[in-house]
Ligand binder design. Structure first.
Ligand code: AMP
Length: 364
């Protein structure tokens, strides 16, 4: 089987690596010449809107998927007329625009933070009155890892946020004083089977994922089932195939959907060593039309991202539980350059280690 991937970052790299033992030949289409995936699979250098490059990718692929959600929808649709493309391009359309995404969740009965549409200064004033403070002003497109957003605590912040972000389509969200952030990774096969990984607890720094713990502690059956039900609604509505991630805020008993990613996700990197089947393998199984693998966790895991700089690899490996992943990317501020997953036998053992690891891996 020949797999084509739109995007050649670390997610493309980890997909290609997962496909290798399954006999897949992988080709990524990615503008950056020195992209992370190109070190482990074939690479067509090109823009996502370069139809010659898209044609080249279609020619060498039996199936095409994508590894980031800002692929132009029309490029995915153009490919889908030639080669099966999974997940469906409509999933891109929904997740690329925060308003469409919130309205989509709402239409499926999935709660979200309160939100209001902002296009003009007048809309902004009205939205501030309706939503109240604190609030978060976000661009509707191209926002990820906390980019294109501003937290507003005071009227003065509102002025600054408007100066920075105004003039573009925006959304104002109520600031959720969440207890914690959770994500759910779900996978749906071509024949409609759905499997979910355990809920994951995520900690962000400056809007970027810093740490994921899986399975999340104290989720309880009811919360887990609710999250799985929400994911099933999204997957079924979109006739989705592949891995999907939904990020939630947990506030007391409430679970509010923040956003979804129609792809493998950073908060699922622990599944490589910490689950029976990794998210990458299950995504491949799904898009290829193969049976899904088991999604249960093996023991308990914590994953830390390396952002901007790399730690000394030998010191990381000195932790006997450590599984180190380096993405072959040059360190730059704010750039994800690797991660480590530490997997132990159970939650108690994990809790005993996490305080020490937190201190160690929070170093720049
Ligand atoms: P996002 O790009 O929407 O995923 O936002 C990045 C991070 O900013 C989230 O993971 C949260 O930590 C924080 N954040 C975003 N929206 C809100 C909100 N409405 N209330 C509280 N925190 C938020």
């Amino acid at each position: 089987m020949k797999l084509g991937i739109l995007g050649g970052g670390q997610l493309g790299r980890m997909l290609a690596l997962a496909g290798y033992p399954l006999g897949l030949t992988t080709t990524v289409l990615e503008p950056a010449a020195d992209c992370s995936a190109a070190q482990v699979c074939r690479h067509i250098p090109g823009e996502f809107e370069d139809y010659q490059a898209l044609y080249e990718l279609a020619k060498v692929s039996d199936i095409i998927t994508f590894e980031f959600e800002n692929v132009p929808v029309h490029a995915a649709q153009w490919l889908a007329e030639r080669v099966p493309v999974f997940p469906p391009p409509r999933a891109l359309e929904v997740s690329q625009e925060r308003l469409a995404e919130k309205e989509f969740f709402t239409s499926l009965g999935i709660p979200t933070p309160p939100y209001a549409v902002v296009e003009t200064a007048e809309d902004f004033r009205k939205a501030l009155r309706d939503i109240g403070l604190p609030a978060v002003l976000k661009t509707r497109r191209y926002g990820y890892d906390g980019k294109g957003q501003a937290v507003i605590q005071t009227p003065a912040d509102a002025e600054t946020a408007w100066q920075r972000l105004g003039g573009r389509p925006l959304i104002l969200e109520g600031y959720v004083p969440f207890d914690r952030e959770l994500s759910l990774l779900a996978v749906r096969s071509r024949d409609g089977q759905i499997a979910c990984y355990p809920l994951i607890e995520n900690t962000h720094r400056n809007g970027i994922l810093h740490r994921s713990i899986a399975p999340a502690a104290d989720t309880g059956e009811e919360l887990t089932e609710r999250a799985m039900d929400f994911a099933a609604r999204v997957l079924t509505e979109l006739d989705y195939v592949g891995v999907l991630c939904i990020e939630f805020f947990q506030e007391g008993p409430r679970l509010l959907a923040n956003e979804m990613a129609p792809r493998v996700h950073n908060s699922g990197h622990w599944t490589i060593e910490g689950a029976y089947t990794s998210q990458f393998e299950n995504h491949i199984r799904a898009v290829c039309g193969w049976p899904l693998g088991r999604t249960e966790a093996i023991g308990s895991s914590v994953m830390y991202n390396f952002i901007g700089t790399l730690p000394d690899p030998l010191k990381v490996l000195a932790h006997r539980e450590a599984h180190l992943h380096l993405y072959g990317k040059a360190p730059r501020p704010g750039r994800k350059v690797g991660h480590v997953t530490l997997r132990v036998s159970d939650r108690d053992e994990l809790a005993a280690h996490v305080a020490e690891w937190d201190t160690y891996f929070q170093r720049p």
